[in-house]
Design a binder for this molecule. Structure first.
Ligand SMILES: Nc1nc2c(c(=O)[nH]1)N[C@H]1C(S)=C(S)[C@@H](COP(=O)(O)O)O[C@H]1N2
Ligand SMILES: [Mo]
Length: 568
C-alpha cells in the first residue's frame, strides 16, 4: 500500500497486520550495510583501545589463509603478489557488505532474523579470533562490542527510515465539526478514545493512524551518513591505536645488538653531581623533544626501510634487520635545537647506538658534485645535511638506541640520524626513511623556506643552571654551575663574571670527547643584595662565544647567558 493511496479522500482500510511495507528493498539493504560498517568501525576502535583486543576481519582473513588449500594460496600469491593480504581482507569486507545488505532486508521483515544473522557472523568472527595462535579471551571483546553496535545501529536505522504516517485531515463528512484530535499525531490510543468520546464513526485509516508507516528517505540517508561517520572515525582511530600497540610491542621485543665499537666508559669526573645542574647524561624521559609531528609517526621496524637514492652510483634500500646486523657504534653526543634561546632547555646529551651513516652512504657510492643529504621522515618532514660533515669521520649515526634503550617513538623509533656538531633541524631526522643525495642548489629542506638557514653548525654556548635565575641564595660563598657546548670542536674554557668583576675561569668537568657538552662550576662570594652573573665559553679552536645578542632565527641564538640573583 503506497502512501499516495491513503491520501485519497476515499476511506481506505489499512490495518497494521497487512503486509504493506512501504520501504523499498534497497533501503533495508543500505541500512544493513551501514549497520555492518558501524559494527566494524566500533570493533576496530575496540581492538585499538583494548589491550590485546583483536580485529575480527584480520583474524578471519588469517584463518582463511590457514584454511585455504596450498594451490589456492599459490594462485593468490601469483596473481596478487605482495598485495595478496590486502586483496583477501578486501574480499572479506566485500562479503561482509553483501551479507549485511541481505541481513538488513531480513531484519526489516523480522528483526530477530536479521539479528540472528549478525549473531552468526559474530560467531564466525569469534571462532577466527579465538583460534588464532596466542589468542586470549579479551580478543573476543571487539567482536562482541562490534556486533552489539551493528544491531543497535540496525534497529535505529530501521526505525528511522519510516515515520508514522498521519493522514491529511479529512474534511466532511467525518471532520465537519472541526475536531482534529485524530489528525494531530496522537497515538492510536488517543485516537480510539477520541473516537469513543465523541462517538463519531471514524474511518479505519484514522484509527490505524499510528500504525501507518511511510518511508522516510531523508531520515534513512542522514542516518546512514551518520553511521558512515561513526564507522570511519572508529576505523581510523582504531587503526591508529592498533598501529601504536603494534609498534610498542615491536619496540619492546627489540633486543639491542652489542656495539662493535663500544663507547669508552664515561670519565668519572664527567658529572659534577651538583644539585640543580643538568646531569651529564640526560635521562631519556627528560630529553627535550622538538618536531613538527602532532602525533609521532608509528613506524614498524618490520616494514621500515631506508632508501638512498639520487646522486649515487647504486641506489640502495636497507631493512631494519640489515641495519642492525651492521657493526654498530656507540657515541656520546649532545643534541641541540637551533630554536634554543640563550639559557634555554632545548639541549640534551645521550649515548647513542647506531650504524655509521658514512659507511652506508659509501656503499651507495656518492657521486662527485653532491653536497647535500636530503633526508625524509616517515611523516614527510625533510632535512638537509652537508655531505662533507657526515663523511668526515665524526660519529654521524643512523641511531637505533639512546642511553641503552631502543629509541622511544617520540625520539624517532626505529631509526633516526644523529650528527655531532649540527643543530637538529639540519641533521637529526627522526623516523628517517629516505635519503636523497643531492645539491643545496637543487633541493630545499623543510625549514629553509620558513626563515632558517640552509646550514646549521652549532654555535658555542654556555648556560648557568645553578643558581636559578631569580633565586635567593645565602650571602657568602656560593656555587655557580652549568653546562657549555661546542659540539665537535670541543669545549676549552668557561668563564664567569659576577657583576662588573673580572671574568674568572670555571673548573671544567671531564668529558668523553668533543661531541658532548661539558659541565662547569665555580665558587663565588656574594655580598648581601642583588647580583648579576654571566657566563661565556671558549671552544677548542680558541674562539670565545660572541657577546652580541641574536635571536634563534635564522641560525642559532647568541649572547651570554646572564642571570640575576638575590643574596640574603
Ligand atoms: N622527523 C622529524 N625529525 C626531526 C624534527 C622534525 O620535526 N621531524 N625536528 C628536528 C629538530 S628541529 C630537532 S632539534 C631534533 C630534536 O630531537 P629530539 O626531539 O629527539 O630531541 O629533531 C630533529 N628531527
Ligand atoms: Mo631543532
Amino acid at each position: 500500500m503506497g502512501s499516495n493511496d491513503v491520501r485519497t479522500r476515499e476511506p481506505v482500510a489499512v490495518r497494521s497486520d497487512e503486509p504493506s511495507d512501504p520501504v523499498p528493498g534497497w533501503a533495508s539493504a543500505l541500512a544493513g550495510v551501514a549497520a555492518g560498517a558501524v559494527g566494524l568501525g566500533i570493533a576496530q576502535l575496540a581492538a585499538g583501545l583494548i589491550d590485546g583486543g583483536a580485529f575480527p576481519v584480520v583474524a578471519v582473513g588469517e584463518s582463511l589463509i590457514d584454511l585455504s588449500p596450498a594451490p589456492l594460496k599459490e594462485w593468490a600469491i601469483r596473481t596478487f603478489g605482495e598485495d595478496d593480504k590486502t586483496v583477501l581482507v578486501g574480499g572479506v569486507f566485500v562479503v561482509l557488505a553483501l551479507v549485511s545488505a541481505g541481513l538488513g532486508v531480513l531484519a526489516r521483515h523480522r528483526f530477530a532474523h536479521g539479528a540472528a544473522g549478525f549473531g552468526l557472523f559474530a560467531i564466525a568472527g569469534l571462532l577466527a579470533v579465538l583460534t588464532r595462535p596466542d589468542a586470549a579471551a579479551v580478543d573476543a571483546l571487539p567482536t562482541v562490542i562490534g556486533v552489539a553496535a551493528s544491531l543497535w545501529a540496525l534497529a535505529l536505522l530501521l526505525r528511522r527510515m519510516t515515520r508514522s504516517y498521519v493522514p491529511e485531515p479529512y474534511e466532511e463528512p467525518w471532520d465537519a465539526d472541526g475536531t482534529a484530535d485524530g489528525t494531530a499525531g496522537g497515538t492510536a490510543d488517543d485516537t480510539a478514545e477520541g473516537a469513543a468520546a465523541d462517538g463519531a464513526e471514524r474511518p479505519v485509516v484514522m484509527r490505524a493512524g499510528a500504525d501507518l508507516r511511510a518511508f522516510d528517505r531523508r531520515a534513512l540517508l542522514t542516518g546512514v551518513a551518520g553511521g558512515a561517520v561513526v564507522a570511519g572515525i572508529g576505523g581510523f582511530v582504531g587503526t591508529a591505536l592498533a598501529g601504536r600497540k603494534e609498534v610498542a610491542a615491536a619496540r619492546a621485543d627489540l633486543t639491542l645488538p652489542a656495539p662493535a665499537v663500544p663507547a669508552k666508559p664515561l670519565p668519572p669526573g664527567a658529572d659534577l653531581k651538583i644539585k640543580g645542574l643538568a646531569p651529564f647524561v640526560t635521562p631519556n624521559a627528560d630529553f627535550y623533544r622538538v618536531d613538527t609531528a602532532v602525533l609521532p609517526p608509528q613506524v614498524d621496524p618490520a616494514t621500515w626501510t631506508l632508501k638512498i637514492h639520487g646522486m649515487v652510483d647504486r641506489p640502495i634500500e636497507i631493512t631494519f634487520a640489515e641495519l642492525i646486523r651492521r657493526p654498530l657504534i656507540e657515541a656520546d653526543v649532545t643534541l641541540t635545537c637551533v630554536s634554543n634561546e640563550v639559557g634555554g632547555p632545548y639541549v640534551g646529551n645521550a649515548r647513542w647506538l647506531g650504524a655509521r651513516m658514512a659507511d652506508i652512504l659509501r656503499s651507495a657510492g656518492i657521486r662527485s658534485g653532491a653536497d647535500m643529504l636530503l633526508s625524509t621522515s616517515a611523516d614527510g618532514w625533510t632535512c638537509g645535511t652537508p655531505v662533507d660533515v657526515v663523511m668526515d669521520g665524526r660519529d654521524a649515526l643512523f641511531a637505533i638506541a639512546m642511553n641503552g634503550e631502543a629509541l622511544s617513538v617520540d625520539h624517532g623509533f626505529p631509526v633516526r640520524q644523529v650528527v655531532p656538531g649540527l643543530y637538529g633541524y639540519v641533521s637529526a631526522t627522526k623516523w628517517v626513511t629516505e635519503i636523497k643525495v643531492t645539491r643545496f642548489d637543487q633541493d630545499t629542506a623543510y625549514w629553509t623556506p620558513r626563515g632558517w638557514s640552509e646550514k646549521g653548525p652549532i654555535k658555542t654556548q654556555s648556560r648557568i643552571d645553578v643558581p636559578q635565575s631569580g633565586a635567593s641564595v645565602p650571602a657568602g660563598r656560593t656555587t655557580i654551575a652549568g653546562v657549555a657546548w661546542a659540539q665537535h670542536r670541543g669545549m676549552d674554557a668557561v668563564e664567569v663574571q659576577v657583576d662588573d668583576g673580572d671574568w674568572r675561569l670555571a673548573r671544567l668537568a671531564e668529558t668523553p670527547g668533543p661531541d658532548t657538552w661539558r659541565q662547569w662550576s665555580i665558587e663565588a662570594d656574594l655580598t648581601k643584595g642583588k647580583h648579576t652573573i654571566a657566563v661565556r665559553a671558549t671552544d677548542a679552536t680558541g674562539a670565545t662565544q660572541t657577546a652580541s645578542l641574536a635571536p634563534p632565527a635564522p641560525d642559532g641564538a647568541t649572547g651570554y647567558h646572564t642571570i640575576n640573583v638575590q643574596a640574603v
